[in-house]
Design a protein around this ligand. Structure first.
Ligand code: TYM
Length: 339
């Protein structure tokens, strides 16, 4: 039983990352490490260079993301926390898997289509082969479970397809090289949407900071963002079915439910019939109460760059040791001679 997941260090951790993925990372660390399971969490800095970026910002964002993850509850003594760039086996395995991944599979990836947009000729090759690196990230460690948000499901299915084809083509049924990983997607917060548009996911790449709650936002910023969040003029319904066709209302109720650890039905039992004038301050206060301790811890940790680098170096050492056996088996299965 081994849990592996990653996040790109491209700016602040936001509520979508937290509720969609990181909270599950912490939960799994707490539950599984006590039973001898291993959790590997990494910063996908190699993925971050698939889009135009400023090198100095990537370095700063990488350290900030380590501080953010630790402040959310990732414990570097119980989980292996590292960045891809310090574990060269990720890039090595990606190359080996490029022989198995099919162009047609990559052409169907919705993230590739979204991010490349109309200018495919001008997109980087890294953006296109991004999902093969993601497959290498999890297959390298024989991951059994991968906690992610809904938007990463397709990439995980691709990782399974690559693993299956590789095993079929190059391994015996009794001794497969790769484990097929299962995605773990939270039921209540699989997809947190933008505060400005209930049909677009909350994302780091949205140019408007008002579209997302960052884990580093202070209380005033959180209250202001919730107050300005787009809504419709109707009061909240008392049944979940009444949220249909009301994406902004559904999103805010979903955030409240996920944050309070309850269901949308329970939130509507309390707020059904009430307008947003009553609901928004309650949501804002709940967010402030839950996020403030993390934000405070983050500010403390961020100040000590050396300590953050030491966490990554230590994590990378452990990750490399776990990665080597699978990488060796992959070279051998492909008939590559290595002396
Ligand atoms: P990234 O950095 O975009 O997001 C990190 C995690 O946050 C989840 N997430 C969301 N969940 C719910 N609602 C949202 N609005 C929202 N926005 C982001 C993502 O699903 C993800 O779980 N390609 C990955 C990083 C990666 C990875 C991996 C993940 C690289 N290799 C291997 C798992 C396994 C990415 O860009 O996530």
């Amino acid at each position: 039983m081994r849990i592996v997941s990653g996040i790109q260090p491209t700016g602040n951790l936001h509520l979508g990352n937290y509720l969609g993925a990181i909270r599950n990372w912490v939960r799994m660390q707490d539950e599984w490490s006590a039973q001898g399971g291993e959790c590997l969490y990494f910063l996908a800095d190699l993925h971050a260079i698939s889009m135009p970026h400023v090198p100095a910002e990537l370095a700063a964002n990488t350290r900030e993301m380590v501080a953010a993850l630790v402040s959310c509850g990732i414990d570097p003594d119980r989980s292996i926390l590292f960045n891809q760039a310090q574990v060269p086996q990720h890039a090595e395995l990606q190359w080996l898997l490029n022989g198995t991944a099919r162009m047609g599979w990559l052409n169907r990836m919705t993230q590739w289509k979204d991010k490349a947009g109309k200018n495919r000729e001008g997109a980087s090759v890294a953006l296109y082969t991004y999902p093969v690196l993601q497959a290498a990230d999890v297959l390298l460690y024989q991951a059994t479970h991968v906690p992610v948000g809904e938007d990463q499901k397709q990439h995980l299915e691709l990782a399974r397809d690559i693993a299956q084809k590789f095993n079929n083509d190059f391994a015996s049924e009794e001794k497969p090289v790769f484990t097929l990983p299962d995605p773990i997607i939270p039921p209540e917060a699989a997809r947190i949407m933008s505060l400005r548009d209930g049909t677009a996911k909350m994302s780091k790449s949205d140019p408007s900071d008002m579209s997302r709650i960052n884990l580093t936002d202070d209380a005033d910023a959180i209250m202001a963002k919730v107050k300005k969040a787009k809504t419709d003029p109707e009061p909240l319904p008392s049944e979940k079915a009444g949220l249909e066709g009301r994406p902004e209302a559904a999103n805010l109720v979903g955030i409240y439910a996920a944050m309070a650890g309850t269901s949308a039905e329970a939130v509507l039992a309390d707020f059904g019939g009430k307008g947003f004038g009553a609901f928004k301050p309650a949501l804002g206060e709940l967010l402030v109460e839950r996020l403030a301790p993390m934000a405070a811890r983050y500010r403390e940790l961020r100040a000590d760059g050396e300590a953050l680098d030491a966490i990554l170096a230590k994590g990378a050492l452990k990750a490399r040791a776990l990665a080597v056996p699978t990488l060796n088996a992959t070279y051998a299965a492909l008939g590559l001679v290595r002396g």
